[in-house]
Each structure stands twice: as structure tokens, then as C-alpha cells.
Design a protein around this ligand. Structure first.
Ligand code: FES
Length: 106
């Protein structure tokens, strides 16, 4: 089952500038980049830091602390020190509404 909830307005999301939101207690980083919006869990899989404070490039978000870069489509890290993926979530756009479901990892 996947419950999509409205988390932001598309017009409020700046390109390549992550926005942290909480959905049912789950911290999520919303990233608008390359014509799409991605939702990735906001906590790095290496240590407890916020990915939304990192840089976005080439459909990846880079952890600011030790530099692992996570693919926004899959959540997989491209390099050490992180070895485990970060959950990513399905996103729907309806008009200007950005909806995310955290009950189902995509
Ligand atoms: S805390 Fe993110 S790579 Fe170390």
C-alpha cells in the first residue's frame, strides 16, 4: 500500500537545492533536478547527518561530511565511506503539488 501525501509546492522547490521535510516522522530530502523531483531519506547511511545540506550534481546528492555521493534514483552510494544505500521514495506531481509516499520504497 502506498499513501501519497502532499509535502511541498513544486513552485517552492529550487533547482538543485534540497529541501528537508518530515513525513510521518521520516526525514526526507526533496530534490528538484534535471526536470524531475526525487525524494530520498535525509539521513546519510554512514552517520547521522542530513543529506539535504549537501550538494546536488548529476542526479546525485553528496554527503557534506565525508563526501559519499548517493544516486537520487536508487539511493545507492557511488563511493566510500558509505556502503549501504539510503531509502528513496516514489514521487508524484499533480499540478503544483509534490506528493511523496514513505510507506513504500521505490
Ligand atoms: S556521514 Fe555521510 S559519508 Fe560519512
Amino acid at each position: 500500500m502506498s499513501e501519497f501525501v502532499k509535502v511541498a509546492a513544486l513552485s517552492d522547490l529550487e533547482e538543485d537545492t534540497p529541501k528537508r521535510v518530515e513525513i510521518d516522522g521520516t526525514p526526507v530530502s526533496l530534490v528538484r533536478t534535471e526536470g524531475e523531483v526525487f525524494a530520498i531519506n535525509d539521513i546519510c547511511s554512514h552517520a547521522n547527518v542530513s543529506l539535504s545540506e549537501g550538494e546536488v550534481e548529476n542526479c546525485h546528492i553528496e554527503c557534506w561530511l565525508h563526501g559519499s555521493s548517493f544516486d537520487l534514483r536508487t539511493g545507492k552510494p557511488d563511493g566510500l565511506p558509505a556502503t549501504r544505500p539510503v531509502p528513496v521514495y516514489p514521487v508524484k506531481i499533480e499540478g503544483d503539488d509534490v506528493l511523496v509516499s514513505v510507506t513504500q520504497e521505490s
